[in-house]
Write a protein that binds this ligand. Sequence first.
Ligand code: UD1
Length: 423
Amino acid sequence: MKTDKFVVVGGKKLSGKIRVSGSKNAVLPIMAASILSNREVVIHDVPSISDVMEMTKMLEILGAKVKKEGNVYTIDSSNVQPQEFSESIVRKIRASSLFMGPMLGKFGSIKVAYPGGCNIGSRPIDLHLKGFEKLNAVVVERHGYIEANGANLQGGIIYLDFPSVGATQNLVMAACLIPGDTVIKNAAREPEIVDLQNFLNSMGARIRGSGTDTIKITGVKKLGTVEHYLIPDRIEAGTHMIAAAVTGGDIVVENVITDHLVPLTSKLKDAGCQIDEGDYQVRVQGTTHIRPLDIKTLPYPGFPTDLQPQMMVLLTFAQGTSVIVENIFENRFKHVDELRRLGAEIKVEGRIAIVKGVKKLTGAFVAATDLRAASALVLAGLVSEEATVIENIHYLDRGYEDFERKYNNLGAKIIRVNNSLSS
Ligand code: UD1
């Protein structure tokens, strides 16, 4: 597949204000959850990113009507019908797995092709399926498809072996319309799960406890309309904060819930950055003396895996050796080879990366391997001597709205080379 490239001209300190868009990881489950209502739902601050376009296509395949006015989406699910999700759909739209829970809850049965892996790991869904079984669904896996049938769905007690974000969201969405009480123990605590709860409760659901490790859902008969404002994207915000740190710049990141960023803020302070938190904003001033750090990615409120590649770029310039342990996705070090091409000194042993600080990076041709690797490579390009050409920008477009415009406003020089213009 031929996709856009970025040419990033390095050496510019970024400064100014940047506004964070609505959260990608909040809007995807919320769009899926909208099919639980028979009425129109309105979602504000929807980021203009390709993952949202894909979710829109999924909703339309199911029969929903999606109206888009700027960043406001109105979704009418009154004519949604059960559909089989073929392999081609599931492969193309990874977040399609988020429809399993709402479809089971609403229609009592699902048939979906088994999701494949992706570049950051195998992405299994066993925890989702075990959870469905606790809700009395009969789950059968055959010929590459998963079928779950729930003639007598009933609330139940679910213990998740690992606090999976997707499994927690699918089970919350499934349980909303299932009779009785459902309790999810060892649930994921990410802010995006709290946003999903707020969305569903405003529609009439009865969910308590999101943001803690025990969530209780009492089934209701139907869900109504809602007008919802998405939380800001904490990973986008974190990327900008790291951009300030990497370039030795001075950036005010606006539309931020600072509580969501505590693990990053704490690490940036340890690295020597100046951080000033204000009302829904944070100012980050970089330093020329970056201290090395030890980082372990963990479920929320631990350090997010989605900021690991960007943080690795910062530590590439530390005065000493840093250690990064990736505990969430087994394969999330693919950006390392690309950073090495720019001159980084990083060794990987299993889930551990050892990053030896270097004085400079030098621009080269690199390729993004996934969404967050893409933003990490842009950050690296911003501080490399000479230009860096980054291929596979479609990964970045999955999750960052208006990336180059926002960064060029801060003084960066990022040029998009359209695939029709590139050779
Ligand atoms: C979500 C986020 C993603 C983030 C990740 C971890 C969205 C759309 N994506 O992904 O950006 O990086 O959380 O914070 O919100 N696992 C199993 N069995 C399962 C489910 C998960 O073993 O049934 C494992 C996964 O392989 C992985 C770990 O659990 O190693 C975490 O996955 P999970 O929390 O489910 O991530 P996602 O919901 O896919």
